[in-house]
Structure formats: C-alpha cells, structure tokens
Design a protein around this ligand. Structure first.
Ligand code: COA
Ligand code: ZN
Length: 480
C-alpha cells in the first residue's frame, strides 16, 4: 500500500520477512476470564494454527492443572509424529517442579518466566536483584539439562531498570537460553519506545534472539509489536482474536494482515483467518466485537452516502486492502446517512430501475423513516409507496416457514436473535424451551429466496443446528 511514507517503511521489510509468529492462544489465551478449552479443542486449534503456518505454538503451562499438562503432552506428541511442524513450547515458572513437569511433556522448548522489575521482585518474588539473577541462571541451566531449547521471559521487562535487565538477559543467555522474551506485561510501551528498547537490548546483549510479548492494556499492543520488530525483535507473541490475561495481547489476524498490507509479506496463510476466528470464538465463548479491525462484522460494511458513492466508484477510496484478501466481501447499509448513489445501486441489485425524480423521493422517504436498519424488503416497500407500482421482482407464492434454531451453549442467544432479525424475510423470532433455543418465522416469495434466507441464518456464528418446517396450510380454528 503506497503512502508518501512508504519508503521509510520499506527499509524495515527484511525484518518483517524473517519475523516468527508465536501463537499463545492455548497458554495466554486460556488466561482470559471465562475461557477454558477442552483438550480436544486445544488439539484442533493447534492443528489449525499449524496449517496456517505459525512458527511456534505456546501450548500451555503444564504445572497449572492435569488437563493442561495432558494437552501440552499431546500437542508435543503430534509434533513428534510429524502431524504438525510448529515448535511446541511449554511454559514454566522458575521453579524445578514446574520445569520437571514441562520437560515431562517432551515439548521442543521450555519457556521460563520471572518478573524482573523492582515491583515484581519486591512484591511477588520477595527477592533482591542479585538473588533473582542466580535463580534465573540456575533454572535456565536446569531446564537445559533436559536437552531442550530454552526461552527466558523477562516478565515486566518494560518497567525494569535497563542496566539490570541487561544483566538478566546476559545471565539467561549464558545459561543456555537462545531466545529471550521481553514482556511489556502491563502494556506501557509505544511503537517508538519499543523500537528504542529493542535496538538498545540487541546492541547491549547480542547473540540471543528477542521476542516481544506485548499486552494490550492501552490498546497499543499491535503498534508496540511493530516497533519492537523494527528495533530487532525476531518473534512476536500473538493470540487468535487477541485473547489473553485482562484485555489480552496482539491479535494474530491483525498482526498478519498489517504485515501483509505494509510490507507485502505473508507470514501465515491469510485465507484461513476467518476460519480460525470463528473456531476460537466458538471454543472460547468470546465473540469479537462488531467493530474489531480486520475480523469484526463491520470491517468492510460501509454506511455514509459519501463513502458508499466512493466505494461504488473504486473500493480503494475507503478500504486499506480488499476484503477478498482474507476471503471476505464488502457491503453497505441503507439508512438516513445514505445518498442517492447508494440507493440507486441497491435498487438496481434488486432489479428495480427508477428515474432521478423518483430516486430523490425514495431517498426523502428513507431519511424520514429514521429506521436503525433498513432491510432490502423495506426499501422495496418504500419504492412501491413512492411509485405506486408493484415492484417486487418475483411473482409471490409466499412460502411461510418456521426455522428451529439451536444456539451454541456458550454464545448469547440474544446476540444470535439480533442478527437473525436483520435478515430480510424474517417475520418473527421467539425464544423457546426444549430441543431448540429459537423459533424463527420466515416469509419468502419462492423456494430460492427461502433457501437464501436459511443460508444467511445458518451463516451466523454461534448457531449449532437448524431445522426447517414449511407451513403447508393454515388451519382455520372454526374448521376443527
Ligand atoms: N518463578 C518462580 N516463582 C514464581 C514465579 C516465577 N516466575 N511467579 C510467581 N512465583 C511464585 C510466587 O512468588 C508465589 O510463591 P509463594 O507461594 O512462595 O508466595 C507463587 O509462585 C504464586 O502464588 P500462587 O498462585 O498462590 O501459588 P500456587 O503454588 O498455589 O500456584 C500455579 C502456582 C502456577 C500452579 C498457579 O498460580 C496457577 O495455576 N497459575 C496459572 C498460570 C499462571 O499464573 N501463569 C502466569 C503466566 S504470566
Ligand atoms: Zn502475557
């Protein structure tokens, strides 16, 4: 994507070409409040991540619980069996019992963390700086004695004393860690300070690879990760949908797409992005917000008349990259913010052509209607009212149907109901008890339209199954 500043970015392209993606959905992601994956779900997520091409999978902290241990062990086993290619990492505190458990899983790498800011040393570890250095050195060596690769994570590195941090990293490196993660544990770095921070560390303590682990407390995680790579970090920690402790870390999908847009480097298979988004939404029970960049429902949904007129002429006017790049498509909504070009295009899509005068009158009606969402059906009704003509493109058989819908247990029924209510042809929705959660009454002019409506319903995330019944004949009460 060309901007007047493209040249500046271009010089950093080689750094982004070689950067590795470490996905921590299974470890950091499971630290999200309310999230607990089953072992099978973890194996499925790990396989999908591997298919996408992430380089490292942080599979869990085996000492936390028996099922976490088992999941890490099985993912490490998949690696041994050649079912996945990514490096498998087991997380561990700097204590022997955690390291023993991590080693028992036979993961490729053990990642040992230790808080290195004075706040963490004092409040959490109750250790002096010197005591901490010897614990770090000893524990990295102990893990290395198992013959595995070791990463050391300097937790709260962004708030640690810089000279002390240099000693920490030297200690970990000299004890055998080939990677060191500098964690921005409370998300206080910015792109500029992250760049300076990593430039400084790479120079001060060379011969070790640096990871950036950036938390999103101030919404800066993605930008911080960019700064860190520009400064010399060679691995970025991400999670699917940005899951993680509190408000999470860098979302995998955003980092991958941003790197593609700015550097034309495809770190993972971008066509799989929506698949992994939905999978993790389902298993975590956490839906991404409508207005989440790249993966949110509204990422390519345009509204204001001026914008729609722009995208109708050339989508690049209001899109930084084409939605097709990640297998999505663009659309626009009609409401009081609409202009005549948008209405004209929408009517033409529905097979309705009107002259300019009529178009202006339809637009006036739309502006007066003040509806929050104006469906295609309402738009046709308005056009019919203005022209006084029947404009519905098809002869109506008027099929009525009832769709019974089962919603994933961990997804809010009301959110699914709200989305269904926005589909044209849906007449009524009710919550029900029994085998299904929702009953939806649908009216369609013919079977083709009915199938389209049902497809739109089935496409809504959070729906587990549907069952449709066509109403053949309405019984009059008096005939029974
Ligand atoms: N290295 C060594 N010790 C650490 C440490 C580290 N990186 N981080 C914390 N600790 C110590 C603390 O000092 C404290 O020790 P203390 O009991 O002597 O005061 C203890 O670990 C943490 O307290 P607590 O959680 O109450 O201890 P626990 O023994 O009951 O449980 C876990 C330990 C790890 C099993 C448990 O906290 C857990 O399941 N945690 C989930 C994983 C996690 O916390 N991950 C953080 C990733 S950043
Ligand atoms: Zn974290």
């Amino acid at each position: 994507m060309a901007t007047p500043f493209s040249e500046i970015l271009k010089s950093y392209r080689p750094k982004f070409e070689r950067v590795k993606i470490l996905d921590a959905t299974l470890r950091e992601g499971e630290q999200t409040p309310g999230v607990s994956f089953t072992i099978d779900q973890k194996l499925e997520i790990a396989k999908k991540l591997d298919e996408m091409g992430v380089h490292m999978i942080e599979a869990g902290h085996p000492a936390v619980a028996p099922d976490v241990f088992e999941a890490v062990r099985r993912i490490a086993w998949m690696k041994k069996e050649g079912e996945i290619r990514a490096e498998v990492i087991a997380h561990s505190r700097a204590v022997k019992s955690d390291i023993d458990k991590a080693a028992e899983t036979e993961a490729d790498r053990i990642a040992i963390f230790y808080g290195v800011s004075d706040i963490h040393l004092r409040a959490k570890h109750r250790k002096t700086r010197e005591e901490a250095l010897s614990i770090i050195g000893e524990m990295v060596e102990y893990a290395k004695s198992y013959g595995v690769k070791v990463r050391f994570t300097a937790e709260d590195a962004s708030r640690a004393d810089l000279e002390y941090l240099e000693q920490v990293v030297k200690t970990a490196r000299d004890a055998g860690a080939d990677r060191v993660s500098l964690a921005d544990t409370v998300g206080v770095l910015t792109p500029w300070t992250a760049q300076k921070f990593f430039e400084h560390m790479v120079k001060a303590v060379p011969n070790v690879e640096y990871d950036i682990h950036a938390h999103n407390d101030l919404g800066m995680a993605l930008a911080t990760a960019f700064g860190a790579v520009m400064g010399g970090a060679t691995a970025v920690h991400v999670t699917v949908n940005g899951l993680g402790e509190r408000v999470g870390i860098v979302p995998l999908q955003l980092f991958a797409v941003a790197v593609k847009v700015h550097f034309d480097v495809e770190l993972v298979n971008l066509s799989k992005i929506m698949e992994i988004t939905r999978l993790v939404e389902r298993y975590s029970g956490i839906e991404v917000p409508y207005n989440m960049p790249v993966i949110g429902d509204y990422a390519f949904l345009h509204k204001a008349g001026v914008h729609v007129a722009g995208i109708l002429a050339d989508p690049r006017t209001y899109e930084p990259f084409p939605p097709e790049m990640i297998g999505r498509s663009r659309d626009y909504v009609i409401d009081k913010y609409t202009g005549k070009k948008a209405v004209k295009a929408k009517l033409e899509k529905l097979g309705i052509r009107v002259d300019d005068d009529t178009l202006m009158k339809i637009l006036e009606e739309i502006k007066k209607s003040n509806l929050r969402v104006l469906t295609d059906d309402t738009l046709v009704s308005i056009a019919e009212k203005v022209t006084g003509k029947a404009l519905r493109p098809r002869a109506t058989e008027n099929i009525e149907a009832i769709a019974w819908i089962k919603v994933d247990s961990n997804v809010f029924t009301s959110s699914v109901a709200r989305k269904i209510s926005m589909i044209d042809g849906v007449r009524e929705i009710a919550e029900v008890t029994g085998d299904y959660d929702l009953m939806v009454k649908i009216e369609a002019p013919d079977h083709k339209v009915l199938n389209t409506i049902l497809d739109s319903i089935r496409g809504i995330k959070g729906i587990q199954s549907t069952h449709t019944q066509i109403i053949l004949k309405k019984m009059d009460k008096s005939t029974s």
